[in-house]
Write a protein that binds this ligand. Structure first.
Ligand SMILES: [Zn+2]
Length: 197
């Protein structure tokens, strides 16, 4: 039996507010308090990741995943498009990049009033693009393997660096003005990794 004093000091049992992650049957399950609906994504490794409300049962999660099997397969295919290329294929990609990207940079810069000094190309595993202090833009030829909206996102991201040499809020505000939804695109970019060691 509780003593009176305990009635004031005993805390109510708390429902955990922390996210918890488990890994079952090749599915990474992130339990998120207060979440209403389940959501699904495919990581660049091909792994399926589910965000689920705390109380959703495992069979329900499994069913949710299997209902989206076709979508998952398509996502895996998309990611697989960035597997390493042969030297020959890379040379073709470089030609393609040189034909298309300078034109697209010019077009987007003109439309949104950006000024840059030059566009050059690199092939790197870790960066999609950069913008120097002299506003020279460098782009990764792997951009040619991304969906068009993400390619434009990277170009506009680098063009916005001609005005803001940082990632502070002024940078993101400017980018959002020229490309509404830019934060979502930025998030989607994290799914894309270049598969070179
Ligand atoms: Zn940046």
């Amino acid at each position: 039996m509780l003593k009176l004093i305990d009635l004031f000091t005993v805390k109510k049992p708390k429902i955990t507010r922390k996210k918890t992650e488990e890994f079952i049957d090749g599915i990474s399950i992130l339990r998120v308090p207060k979440l209403r609906r389940m959501s699904l994504r495919v990581k660049p490794t091909g792994e399926v990741a589910v965000r689920a409300p705390v109380r959703v049962s495992l069979p329900t999660i499994r069913r949710f995943v299997s209902e989206h099997a076709a979508w998952i397969a398509k996502q895996r295919q998309n990611h697989a498009s960035l597997v390493p290329l042969s030297q020959q294929a890379l040379a073709r990609l470089r030609d393609e990049a040189k034909n298309i990207l300078p034109w697209r940079v010019r077009e987007l810069a003109k439309k949104h009033w950006f000024q840059y000094s030059s566009v050059s190309f690199r092939h790197q595993k870790s960066r999609w693009g950069s913008c120097s202090h002299a506003n020279a833009i460098s782009l990764n030829i792997e951009l040619m393997r991304l969906p068009d909206d993400l390619r434009d996102y990277i170009i506009l991201h680098e063009l916005t660096h001609t005005v803001h040499k940082h990632h502070q809020s002024a940078f993101w505000r400017h980018l959002e003005r020229v490309l509404p939804g830019s934060l979502i695109l930025d998030k989607r970019m994290r799914e894309w990794k270049i598969g070179y060691k």
